[in-house]
Design a protein around this ligand. Structure first.
Ligand SMILES: *[C@@H]1O[C@H](CO)[C@@H](O)[C@H](O)[C@H]1NC(C)=O
Ligand SMILES: *[C@@H]1O[C@H](CO)[C@@H](O)[C@H](O)[C@H]1NC(C)=O
Ligand SMILES: *[C@@H]1O[C@H](CO)[C@@H](O)[C@H](O)[C@H]1NC(C)=O
Ligand SMILES: *[C@@H]1O[C@H](CO)[C@@H](O)[C@H](O)[C@H]1NC(C)=O
Length: 821
């Protein structure tokens, strides 16, 4: 028994002990025990000696190891018969995990040939640390793994055996896992992780654990491995919006495709669990979906429809973000989109009442129309101001916001302006402002504020006398600038008196068109001028009127024949004159004096000798009517001369009358009158005679007047009861006039009432005169008598005297140059 190393005392002692033990227990078979990993050349034992050989014979016996494979570990020293270690002996290589590691050797001895079996037990030494196959392993665990779940992990290996083999595991301290070592059948120890605390991938994705395996050797050897625990994602996180509410605004004019807002949610999960899609929340109403779209991938909310601030000025809706995990998880948020107003609506003018027609006398401030303005836009865009152009008599009054009344601002006059078309302009305050124009028509109602107006205040009308009663004289027209009833005029004659007779008895006026008719025939010789007042009155309420004065001038017509005043032919139609036969040429026989009731030319009278017994004897002065002798009278001259003197006026047609003068030529008679132009020696006597004639003629005229008066009185008294009129028939008077025949006719049809008095000879030309006889009239007789050609002068004179008003005579007195003198 030899120990191969001098310095390795410990090992040597151990081996020695093993050797002794084997020696005791093994008889036939030699058993050696060596520790593994001994040095090359170490002596295991002296085989020769142990087999009982003499050391001296060892060399001869040729001791050798039979199996080639064993020779890599052991060899035999043929000189000394020692078994020595030939190479490195690793028990774990030779025997693995076997508890006993025996290496059998066949020893062959050639002299004498013998085969011996030698057993070498290789004893383990703690030369191996526990070892993990992978230094780093990855373990995937779902984050949803339940508490207490077990996860087997790789176990370590330690090739050493016995107490040098793997003994325990340890895990570094951590929150989530603890280590459990499970003993399997056959004593293998398998480590496993037990989940102690839930995992959260989102908190910690990877947990790094270090697992250490320890053996039981001395010193303890260990091996470790890194356990990477990857927490696998579970869809345990819902998408989460960044904002609880998204607020955005968009112009109402925003076009389709405009981006309004982008929503964004995050999901802490990974993979499809974290892939988010955006949607409208399920309950989102259609009106939102029609206008907005949510891009599922980008979360962009865009406009897809027409926005209208005036329709919907804000949208609030919910959105959801959904991941693609299983099950899908959702996150919610809401979006508030304000639609910003733009000035896209023009103001609107609403007439709450149609404009009332306004009477022109309306007081300032009268409400004409009520107007509302409206603008669908809001804010400044919806602020509307209302204006009317200048120059109208109206203004706007704002009663309260957006309510206006159109009121009159000054006095109105329909006659100036009967209708106003007012352009009302409404402008909003937007930028640019929008405006609306509306025309309202205000009608001005007429008020009877204008009196009828005649073109002149007075009119002159000329009519010829003897006009036909009932003929139209004149047409008078007034204008009224009002309208309708206020302008419908009625004409009337104001009841003024003309010569104490109401004007209405002379004239009739067509109340509708102002045509004036005469109701009687006028006689210039009685009335030269009439004045009447015509009134035009409108139908307004109250009505207005105005007056115009109408001066009616009666134009003279030659309707009167001259009438002879002298010589008066009272006793018949022949006047008798006497003259002395001794009268010298130029002796004034008589002077014919005539008057003409007409005037002007119609009254210019001329005298002419129409017939004479002896035309050479007398001449008549054309102008003065003086009848003079042309020559001296001889004794043969007829003592009775008859002269027919024609008296003519200058009218058209000419009216004439004649007077017959019988001249009685007396011998020795000295007629003072006849002589008076020549006998100026006795002026007093001559003038006395003239005075006498005048007195006589005046007295006779007065007498006639008186008689006429009494007769009229008597007649009136007699007929006053039954008759409304009083008329005197000239034929009743004492004057003889067999040809006179007066006819009275009462015209009762039509508005015009008049009496026609037909005078004169029925055989001669009949002329009629109209006279209106009013029962009220004091002037009961208004009869004009036209003498016929056969009427004698006295009669005419008397009639004239009785009927003509004084004024008629005025004219005559102006013509005295050829009248009475
Ligand atoms: C306007 O005229 C009418 C008719 O003349 C009258 O009834 C009314 O009182 C007048 N109004 C005013 C305000 O003067
Ligand atoms: C207002 O008057 C004008 C012109 O007279 C006319 O064209 C318009 O139609 C009228 N408007 C109304 C509302 O009567
Ligand atoms: C007035 O009316 C009357 C009767 O209708 C008619 O005869 C006359 O010609 C009219 N006058 C005018 C000026 O129209
Ligand atoms: C018209 O004349 C009548 C009678 O003279 C008178 O009463 C009335 O006042 C006058 N009218 C006017 C407007 O002058």
């Amino acid at each position: 028994m030899r120990h191969k190393r001098r310095n390795d005392w410990k090992r040597a002692a151990f081996l020695l002990l093993g050797f002794v033990l084997l020696w005791n227990t093994v008889g036939a078979q030699i058993h050696y025990t060596i520790a593994e990993e001994v040095k090359e050349g170490s002596i295991v034992g002296n085989i020769a000696k142990d087999l009982g050989f003499d050391v001296s014979r060892v060399a001869k016996s040729k001791l050798r190891i039979a199996s080639e494979s064993s020779r890599q570990y052991f060899d035999v020293d043929t000189e000394k018969g020692e078994l020595i270690v030939n190479g490195r002996i690793d028990r774990e290589t030779l025997c693995g995990q076997a508890v006993n590691c025996l290496v059998p050797l066949q020893i062959i001895i050639e002299e004498p040939l013998q085969l011996h079996r030698v057993e070498i037990e290789i004893q383990d030494i703690n030369d191996n640390a526990p070892n993990f196959h992978t230094k780093e392993s990855v373990l995937k665990i779902a984050e949803s793994a339940a508490l207490g779940s077990r996860f087997p992990i790789e176990s370590a290996e330690d090739p050493d055996s016995g107490k040098n083999s793997l003994k325990s595991y340890s895990l570094n301290s951590n929150e989530h896992f603890r280590l459990n070592v499970k003993a399997l059948d056959g004593g293998r120890k398998v480590p496993e992780l037990i989940l102690d605390k839930p995992l959260d991938r989102e908190k910690q994705l990877i947990h790094k654990l270090i697992l250490t395996a320890l053996d039981g050797g001395d010193p303890v050897r260990s091996g470790s491995t890194l356990l990477k625990i990857v927490v696998e994602d579970n869809n345990d996180n819902e998408p989460h919006f960044e904002l609880q509410i998204y607020k955005a605004s968009v112009q109402e004019s925003a076009g389709i495709g405009s981006n309004v807002v982008t929503i964004k949610a995050t999901d802490m999960d990974e993979g499809i669990n974290g892939e988010i899609q955006y949607y409208f929340a399920a309950h989102t109403p259609d009106y939102v979906r029609k206008v907005f779209n949510v891009n599922p991938d980008s979360g962009e909310i865009t406009v897809i429809g027409k926005l209208d601030h005036e329709g919907i000025n804000s949208y609030t809706f919910d959105i959801c973000a959904q991941d693609k995990g299983y099950p899908k998880l959702e996150g919610h948020s809401s979006v508030h989109i304000r639609v910003i107003d733009e000035n896209d609506n023009p103001p609107e003018i609403i007439l709450t009442s149609l404009p009332n027609p306004v009477p022109e006398n309306a007081t300032v401030g009268t409400v004409v129309a009520l107007i509302n303005v409206m603008d669908l836009d809001s804010g400044e865009n919806g602020k509307v101001s209302l204006k009317i152009p200048k120059g109208f008599p109206f203004k706007l009054k704002s009663s309260f916001e957006n309510h206006y009344s159109l009121i009159t601002d000054s006095s109105l006059d329909r006659e100036l302006n009967s209708e106003y078309n007012i352009e009302i302009v409404a402008t909003d305050s937007g930028s640019p402002p929008l405006k609306t124009v509306k025309t309202i028509n205000v009608t001005i109602l007429d008020v009877n504020d204008n009196a009828p107006a005649f073109s002149q205040t007075s009119y002159n009308v000329y009519i010829k006398e003897n006009n036909v009663a009932g003929s139209s004289l004149f047409s008078i027209t007034a204008l009224d600038s009002d309208v309708n009833n206020n302008a419908i005029l009625t004409y009337s004659v104001v009841d003024s008196k003309v010569n104490d007779i109401p004007a209405s008895s002379y004239f009739y006026i067509n109340s509708e068109n102002g045509t004036i008719y005469s109701m009687s025939s006028f006689d210039y010789e009685k009335v030269k001028r009439l004045t009447l007042i015509v009134q035009a009155k409108d139908h307004g309420s109250p009505s207005l009127s105005s007056n115009a004065t109408l001066h009616v001038f009666i134009l003279d017509q030659n309707d009167n024949a001259p009438s002879v005043i002298y010589p008066s032919a009272v006793m018949g139609s022949v006047s008798h004159q006497r003259m002395p036969r001794s009268a010298k040429p130029g002796h004034l026989v008589t002077k014919v004096t005539a008057v003409d009731a007409d005037s002007g030319h119609n009254a210019w009278i001329s005298y002419r000798l129409a017939e004479a017994t002896d035309a050479s004897l007398f001449s008549v002065n054309l102008h003065t009517g003086e009848v003079r002798t042309k020559r001296s009278l001889s004794e043969q001259e007829d003592s009775s001369q008859r002269l027919l003197i024609e008296i003519q006026d200058n009218g058209e047609p000419v009216q004439s009358t004649t007077v017959t003068v019988d001249v009685l030529i007396e011998d020795g008679f000295h007629e003072p009158i006849s002589d008076y132009p020549k006998k100026s020696t006795d002026p007093n006597k001559k003038s006395g005679k003239i005075t006498l004639y005048l007195i006589i003629s005046l007295a006779s005229v007065s007498l006639l007047c008186l008689m006429t008066f009494f007769m009229l009185l008597a007649k009136c008294a007699r007929s006053s009861r039954g008759s409304s009129s009083c008329c005197i028939r000239r034929s009743d008077s004492g004057y003889k006039n067999p040809n006179r025949n007066l006819q009275i006719q009462l015209n009762t049809d039509g508005p015009i009432k008049y009496v026609e008095v037909l005078g004169g000879d029925m055989m001669s030309q009949s002329q009629s005169f109209g006279s209106y006889l009013s029962p009220m009239s004091e002037f009961s007789d208004f009869t004009l008598v036209k003498p016929s050609s056969t009427t004698d002068f006295t009669d005419t004179l008397n009639v004239l005297d009785a009927s003509l008003p004084d004024s008629t005579w005025k004219f005559e007195s102006q013509q005295t140059n050829f009248g009475l003198r």
